[in-house]
Design a protein around this ligand. Sequence first.
Ligand code: ATP
Ligand code: SF4
Ligand code: MG
Length: 323
Amino acid sequence: MSEQNPPLVALENVSRAYHAGGGLWRPRRTMRAVDQVSLAIPRGEITGIVGESGCGKSTLARLITGLIVPSEGRVLFENEDLAGLSPALMRRLRRRMQMVFQDPYSSIDPRFSIRETILEPFDVQGIPLRENEKSEKVAALLALVGLDPSLGGNYPHHLSGGQKQRVGIARALALEPALIVLDEPTASLDVSIQAQIIALLETLHARLGLTYAFISHDLGLVRYFCTRIVVMYLGSVVEILPAPRARPRHPYTSALMASTFVPDPSRRRDVQPISGEIASPYDRPPGCAFAARCPQASARCRNERPVLLTQNGHAIACHHPIE
Ligand SMILES: Nc1ncnc2c1ncn2[C@@H]1O[C@H](COP(=O)(O)OP(=O)(O)OP(=O)(O)O)[C@@H](O)[C@H]1O
Ligand code: SF4
Ligand SMILES: [Mg+2]
């Protein structure tokens, strides 16, 4: 990435530790939900972040948007280290990066009307609006996400799951952010509604020139929707595909691809579930975290942790990448 065009967000060797135990009978144990991640979120792109449950995707999302701070390493937004910002500057910067969460049922307060929900970010930021401005903003944002502007007076329980997620997106767009981190935004929706939300996100991305980080456990969806793909395993980045159709070279990505749901019933028998258990993050193996499940694992894999190496924009952390 050139200095002239730095990424919107850059993570430099970022880790986030959590602790368990520590009482009289249980020794304190530490794990890293995100473990030494270096990653760029380039402007204008849709960066997919994919991996199995518990691999650290949501923790990474919260680190990117400054909702939690790293235990080690730095998160840079437009070359500014988030850790060095005053609370006032951090609050200003929060306007520029927003999150959309998986579950619109719990991320939207049922006591707030749709209008209040959409206007909440202006309150949080202390941006005063006149009554007519409020009405104009709400109507414009609802129209932008394909909802009838007359819905503003309704309460969340009047809306379907898909409509609620559209409200979540409208709220995220309210302050005209540069970056939206979407944490499994369609995972709790029916497949047909999921497709409509993805189509809406595609339109908004093109129309508003947004940058997305799109988190999902669904590699098929990520390959369809994203312009580049980051694959995580047990808190670490194991592969970055520079294009959605790039051939995976890490055995884990390859296995994930083979285990992805195929809509065509005649091809379903090709789907291979990944066998074996994911190691506990409290008990991370010394070498490659995927070694116990990897068909290519060697003695070196079990002892030496592979580092992420980049060639022509394609990054792989593996001692024996697929040729
Ligand atoms: N606040 C916390 N305290 C302790 N452990 C946590 C905390 N948040 C996350 N973890 C642990 O960190 C690991 C990563 O969690 P995270 O929610 O980031 O994974 P994820 O990839 O988003 O999973 P999912 O696909 O299920 O949403 C898990 O082992 C989780 O239990
Ligand atoms: S480093 Fe070894 S165990 Fe890990 S993915 Fe590569 S080949 Fe498999
Ligand atoms: Mg999550």
